[in-house]
Design a protein around this ligand. Sequence first.
Ligand code: F3S
Length: 773
Amino acid sequence: GTFAPLQQRDCAPITPPYALLIHRLHVARQFLDGRPLTLSEKILYSHLYNPEKSLGGGGRIRGERYLQLRPERVAMQDASAQMALLQFMTCGLPQSAVPVSVHCDHLIQAQVGATSDLSSALDQSKEVFDFLESASRKYGFEFWRPGSGIIHQVVLENYAAPGMLMLGTDSHTPNAGGLGMLAIGVGGADAVDAMTGTPWELKAPLVVGVHLTGKMGGWTTPKDLILHLAGKLTVRGGTGKILEYVGPGVATQSCTGLATIANMGAEVGATTSTFPYTSQMRKYLRATGREGVAAVADSAVKHGLLVPDQNAEYDEWIEIDLSELEPHINGPFTPDLATPISKFGELVKENGWKDELTAGLIGSCTNSSYEDMTRVASIAKQAKEAGLKAKVPFLVTPGSEQIRATIERDGVTQSLEDVGALVLANACGPCIGQWKRDEFKGEENAILTSFNRNFRGRNDANSKTMNFLASPEIVTAMSFAGHLSFNPMHDTLSTPTGETFQFSPPVGITLPVIGFATGEKSYRPAASPAPEPEADVLISPTSTRLEKLEPFPSHFEGSETMELPSMRVLMRVRGKCTTDHISAAGPWLKYKGHLTNIAENTLITAVNDEGGEVNVAVDYEPGQEPVQDTIPHVAQRLKARNQPWALVVDDNYGEGSAREHAALQPRFYGCAMIVARSFARIHETNLKKQGVLPLWFVDKEDYTKIGAGDQVNTIGLDKVIAGDPSAQVTLEVTKRDSGELFQIPTKHTLSEDQIAWLKSGSALNYIRDQKRQ
Ligand code: F3S
C-alpha cells in the first residue's frame, strides 16, 4: 500500500492525473471496509503517501487520525511567500517537488485608481517584488506580476481543477473549492513541506454535509447563502471541519458563485469547502481555456471520483432551501452577525447607528466574477436611466486582469463608471487595510462591502469604521440611496425629476458569450517555466524587509554525545500563549521576510510566571548580577554568549494560526528545547521542523519546579536519536540559587523523520543533507 515518493513534476501542472488518483483511492478503500465515502474523503485519501499508515488498523478516521498528504500544487501571495521562499532556499533543492505560483496582490494600495496605485506599489515594494520574481525565476515558479490579479481569482481561472488537493499561503485559498477541489490555507512551513516533497500532515477533518435544495432568484445570490450560514455556524463553527455541499441546489449555482461560497467558508473557520463536479464547472473550465481538464474530469466522474458515494455518512448535516433565502447583511466587526435585509433597517435603529452610508466597495477575491459584475451593471444601468448617481464613493476591485479586461471590453466598466464608480487596481487594496482614506479618521461611520472579512481596522485602519458585508448587488443598490436602512427590494428613491424609482431585481450573464479577454499579457508568467539554477536571488544587504535566512546549526555539532548541550531556562511562561503572543502581527508584518527584525517581537505579550509581568525576563548570567530586560533582549544576550536556552510553558502552547515565525524566532535566538504542560499540535510540529525539541511534562505539576536561570540537561535523548523513539527523556535540573540537583521525567512525540530533523538542526537541513549524500 505504499507509493513511491512524488517524482519531480510527475503530474502535469494543469491536467489532473485522474487515473493515478482512481488507483490510489482504490488502494485506500481496502483499509476502509468498503464503507461509502464523502467527496472530501475521496480527495484526501487519493492524496495519501501511505494509506496503510494513515488509514490502517481500524477505528474512526475523521476527527481522530493524522493524514500524511501530498498536495499537487502550492500558491503563495506576496506577503506570506517571503518567509516560505527564504526557508525553501536554505534546503538547497534546485526546484520544487510540485508546481508553485506566486501572486503579487497584497502589497498594492488603493488610493487614486488602478494605474497610479500600481506604479506607487511598484516603487514602494520594489525590493519585495524583485526578490519574489528572482526567486521564482531560479526555481521555476509561475510569477504573477503586480496587476495580474488577486491570488484566489487567478488560481480559479488557471490552476484549480476538480478533485485536486492544493495548499495556499492565505486563508481564503478555499475559494478554489468552487471547482470541486480541496484547497487549504496554510502557513509557509506547510507550503515548504509540499515544495520539498515532505508529507504534509493534517488531522482528518470532520465532514459537514450542507444539503441544498430549491433555487434562488431575484436579489438573492450565493454570497447570501454563505452570509446566512456564517450566522448559523459562527466564526468557530467550522473549525476542524470541511463543508461539503450536496443536493440538487448545487448544480443550480455557477462555478464562480460556488467559489464565493467556498471562499467565505474561511469565515466560519472551516478547513475548506467543496462541491461535487457539475456541468457549470465544466462550462467554466471550457470558458477559461481548459477543455482538456473538463474532458478528463467528465470521465473521472464515471470512475467514481469527484462526487460523494451514495449513502456517505456526514458528521453533521445542515439543510438549506435556496428558494427561501433572502439577501443578508453581516456585521459590523464580525462576519457571523447575520441579518436578513428585511430586518436590517430595524437593527440600525435599535443600535442607534447613524443611518448614513459612507462608501460602497465591490469586487475583491470574494465577489468579482463576470456574473457578479454583469448583475451589478444591470443595477447601474437602471440607475443611470433614472438619472441617478452613486451618492457615496463607489469603488470596484476587479479580481484579475482577465476580469478587468473582459468587463471593460463588454461595456460593464462603462456602465459602472457612468454612475460614478472608481475602478481600482486588480489587487487586494481596500480589503486588507491598503485603502488610503483620509475622511472619517477615528470617527464612527458605516461602509458596505462585498468582501469576506470585516474585523475592526481591516479596511481603512480606522477601528470605528463599521464594515457590513453583503452581495455586490446589494452594496451597489444601497450606494445610490446612501443610507443603511434602504432596502432595494422594496424601497423607492426619487429621481432628479422628482419621480419615484424602484430597482428591478438584477440580471447577469454567467460567462462572457464571446469568451474572456486576456488583457495585459506581460503580467502573466510563462506556463511551467523551467528553473534557472544560475539565476541570482535579489536581496539587498541593507534591506529592512528582507534578509537571507541562514540554516540553523545542529545542536549536536562538535558534541560527543547526542544529548542537547547544557541549557539555561530563559523564563517560565504563564497561561495562554498563542502564536500571536510568540510573534505578534500588526506593524510587525512588514518584517515578515527579515528574521532579525521581526524577532524583536518575540514573546512580547507573554506573561512571566515568576512575577506575573508581561514582556519581562531576567538574565541570570553565572557570576554576574541579574539583569532585568524585555524577553527579546534577554534572548539576544543569551544568543550573544552562545548559550543555548530552554522555555518552560503552560497548557496548549502555540495555539492559534500556523505562523511559522513563532517557531523560527525562538530558534534564531538559540532556543533548543521547550518543555510544556501541553502543546498545540501544529505549533509543536513547526518547532520540530525548526530543530527545537518539544517535550511534555509527564506530571504537569513539575511545571513550577523549573524557573529562569536554572541549568537543564537532557538524559536519554541519545537513545531516542540512536533509533529508539520509545526511550524516555529525563531532564536533569540544577537550580539557579541553591544548586539543588533533581530529575524530571518527560514525554515526546517525535516520529522517526522528526528525530532526523532534530539531529540535522532542522527539517530543511535534513533535506539538504540527504541531497548531499
Ligand atoms: Fe486579498 Fe482580501 Fe481576498 S486581502 S486575498 S482580497 S480576502
